[in-house]
Design a protein around this ligand. Structure first.
Ligand code: SF4
Length: 64
């Protein structure tokens, strides 16, 4: 398990992370920014990919 953090100030709402890993990321309907379905999650390859492909690099992963 690990923790995923999103810097919503930097997030531009591109939804790349949601497309890559909808099990963990979704877009907030009000703010249009990424949010987590659950902050404590398995850091799967899809989560790594979502962080890697985020254009503004605002997804931080903390492995436990
Ligand atoms: S990929 Fe990055 S910038 Fe795009 S919605 Fe996700 S967190 Fe925001």
């Amino acid at each position: 398990m690990g923790t995923v953090l999103i810097d919503t100030y930097l997030c531009n709402g591109c939804a790349t992370c949601v497309e890559i890993c909808p099990a963990v990321f979704r877009l907030d309907e009000v703010s249009g920014k990424a949010q987590l379905l659950t902050p404590e999650t398995e850091i799967t390859d899809a989560v790594y990919q979502a962080a890697a492909y985020c254009p503004v690099k605002c997804i931080e992963l903390r492995e436990k």
